[in-house]
Write a protein that binds this ligand. Structure first.
Ligand code: 6XA
Ligand code: ZN
Length: 343
């Protein structure tokens, strides 16, 4: 299986994040991609290729023009305001406040376009996010042109980013951008299966009212886990999208055995839907030693995950999402991909 990756994706290098009520060392760091790349090479998964540049168009098919303009100009405006360290939002237009007047001030804009305070923006963040989206698009295009499966080594990740917001370490929704690109290039139906430990709230919200992109997500129960406000079982889509979103929230402590039942269920939906392409939002944070997560996967369970997905027999695009147990990240990720290839 070919891997797609660009060194430009390493340019987003956050120092800190705000989580658990504290300023902590960032966990979504460049080393994550580096160890996965090294493992892809040492285990000879296949060739590693650079992404193509797809330009602005595929991004604007998913994200709003004002959000993209905000991200593009952010660092210049931030430094013009006299700031120099990485940026954190700290005020949001919640439920009972007006959302329609766009603020002029950079701190107001940060709140308008974000969902959490855990996702700092640095000088090269958007450049890295665009490289990550190009990696995803290249992975999709290669499958569209006949590869059976590809691995987009995306980083920063994407599944929490919505049409007009960043958060959860995500800035551009790589899976959504690829799914939309495939739709725009001949596919009738695309399915996204999100196996990251966290609910893919951004992806769900982007496709919630659509039947042409099926969104299935297996994740920790949002009542007790980030991103908290989406990912419940009763969220199944709306309007034309009714029935084309499915969620499997699971309790903290879930191991492979319990997870596999939910995965089988999700696979049945995939067989019924018969997508032209499957995009896997491949988080590796179900791992028992993940520092921010609460599931109990062992490294070998990731092989079983890959094997199970191979049974579907679909053209498949794997896009990396979360996973923060850096030492084991390469092993766990390549376990999925090898499990898939060896079937
Ligand atoms: C809050 C946790 C962010 C989760 C990021 C993630 N700081 N999403 O792995 O899949
Ligand atoms: Zn995650």
């Amino acid at each position: 299986m070919k891997t797609i990756f660009s060194q430009n994706q390493l340019k987003h290098a956050p120092e800190h994040e705000i989580s658990d009520g504290q300023l902590k060392p960032a966990v979504e760091i460049p080393e994550r991609a580096e160890i996965v790349l090294r493992t892809v090479q040492s285990r000879e998964l296949g060739e590693v290729v650079e992404p193509k540049d797809f330009g602005e168009r595929p991004l604007s098919r998913v994200h709003s023009p004002d959000y993209l303009a905000f991200m593009e100009s952010f660092w210049e405006r931030w430094t013009a305001a006299g700031r120099s360290s990485e940026a954190f939002p700290f005020v949001w237009p919640i439920r009972s406040l007006r959302e329609d007047p766009a603020p002029d001030h950079i701190d107001g804009l940060l709140g308008r376009y974000s969902m959490d305070a855990g996702t700092p923006i640095g000088p090269h963040t958007f450049e890295a996010a665009k490289a990550s989206a190009n990696t995803a698009l290249t992975a999709a295009e290669m499958v569209q042109q006949g590869e059976k499966a590809t691995f987009g080594l995306c980083r920063p990740p994407g599944h929490h980013a919505g049409r007009d917001f960043f958060g959860g370490y995500c800035f551009l929704n790589n899976a959504a951008i690829s799914a939309q690109w495939l739709r725009d290039h001949g596919a009738d139906r695309v399915a996204i299966l999100d196996v990251d430990y966290h609910h893919g709230n951004g992806t769900q919200s982007i496709f919630y009212d659509r039947s042409d992109v099926l969104f299935l997500s297996l994740h920790a129960d949002p009542k007790v886990e980030y991103p908290y406000f989406l990912g419940h079982e009763d969220e199944t889509g709306e309007n034309a999208g009714k029935g084309f979103t499915r969620n499997w929230p699971m309790p903290l402590g879930t191991n492979w055995r319990a997870y596999e039942e939910a995965l089988d269920d999700a696979c049945r939906w995939l067989l019924v839907y018969k997508p032209d392409y499957l995009i896997v939002s491949l988080g590796l944070d179900c791992f028992e030693k993940d520092p921010i997560s609460g599931f109990k996967f062992e490294s070998d369970d990731f092989i079983k995950l890959g094997r199970r997905l191979a049974l579907l027999g679909l053209p498949t695009i794997f896009l990396m999402e979360g996973g923060y147990a850096v030492d084991a990240l390469g092993t766990n990720c390549v376990n999925v991909l090898e499990g898939f290839e060896r079937g």
